[in-house]
Design a protein around this ligand. Structure first.
Ligand SMILES: [Zn+2]
Ligand SMILES: [Zn+2]
Length: 165
């Protein structure tokens, strides 16, 4: 009996449990090609999508297309500067302050999704971040909308004035 180490490829599509299992990595690649799987280099790693998910992704809208007219989408540091924040530099660990104090940063699963100044209320938010309403949380659907962009931050316009703490 020969011990074989199988190879499996799983689809990275949201809520998709499609996978291919073969004896070798080469065989898996072959079936992936046969079944129309697509490999995408995105963000931190390669992602694989089954034929159905690849098709769904190809039909996605750009983030800017689903925003209200006039919405300006910016990279996080450009949004911070547009809100009047002071940004030390453009490194991920940059210090962001406003009114002489560091801004409050809200994060979701380790990623910053919003930031605001407790003094003047200036704020920015990631439009792909969580939206809480009616006791639930919702997100932009990454199967319908292409969220793989740096330009996904907006300056939040508030009418309730400064956030008091
Ligand atoms: Zn899939
Ligand atoms: Zn401020």
């Amino acid at each position: 009996m020969t011990l074989r180490i199988g190879a499996t490829l799983s689809c990275d599509g949201m809520d998709c449990d499609q996978h291919l299992s073969e004896d070798t990595a080469e065989a898996v690649r072959e079936s992936a090609n046969r079944y129309g799987w697509v490999r995408v280099l995105g963000g931190d790693r390669e992602r694989d999508y089954c034929g159905a998910c690849a098709e769904k992704r190809a039909r996605r809208k750009r983030l800017a297309e689903v925003m209200p007219a006039g919405t300006v989408l910016l990279g996080v540091f450009d949004a911070a500067r547009a809100a009047g924040f002071t940004v030390s530099d453009d490194r991920p660990e940059a210090k962001v302050s406003c009114c002489g104090t560091p801004v409050e940063i809200q994060s979701w699963l380790g990623d910053a999704v919003a930031a605001h100044c407790k003094t003047c209320g200036a704020a920015i938010a990631d439009v792909t971040g969580p939206v809480w309403s009616g006791g639930g949380v919702s997100f932009v659907d990454p199967d319908k909308i292409n969220v793989e962009t740096e330009a996904r931050w907006v300056v939040v316009v508030r009418d309730e004035g400064a956030v008091k703490s």
